[in-house]
Design a protein around this ligand. Structure first.
Ligand code: SF4
Ligand code: SF4
Length: 109
């Protein structure tokens, strides 16, 4: 599935990843990095994403919104062209732990 729902304010990522030492340009979005060189535009990541977070526009995979960091796009990309951004994964884990703690405290009340 390809889609044009992304709006121009999202532009083309937010920069290039410093997490990769391979010298190849990765495009960082909020939660995922995408590699335009490795990617063969097969749409698997777009089809498999449970939140319709990814779109293909102008030959680029773009993260739009609602990513839940489930990791399916990274796991199923046949060309290793998507990775979750480590700092986003850590922040997500911290938020989840915080929520569990507050829910536990509410249950104990
Ligand atoms: S990590 Fe999950 S929710 Fe986020 S873009 Fe990938 S498949 Fe979609
Ligand atoms: S699954 Fe991988 S190769 Fe296919 S479109 Fe997505 S990023 Fe590109």
């Amino acid at each position: 599935m390809t889609d044009d729902r992304v709006d121009s304010a999202l532009a083309f990522g937010t920069g290039t990843s410093s997490d990769h030492a391979d010298g190849i340009r990765w495009v960082d979005y909020t939660n995922i990095s995408w590699n335009p060189v490795f990617c063969k535009r097969c749409d698997i990541c777009i089809e498999i994403c449970p939140k319709d977070t990814l779109v293909m526009r102008n030959d680029a995979v773009i993260e739009v919104e609602n990513c839940i960091l489930c990791g399916l796009c990274e796991r199923y990309c046949p060309d290793l062209a998507i990775e979750m951004i480590p700092s986003a994964v850590e922040a997500h884990a911290a938020r989840s732990a915080e929520r569990r703690t507050s829910e536990g405290a509410a249950t104990a009340d």
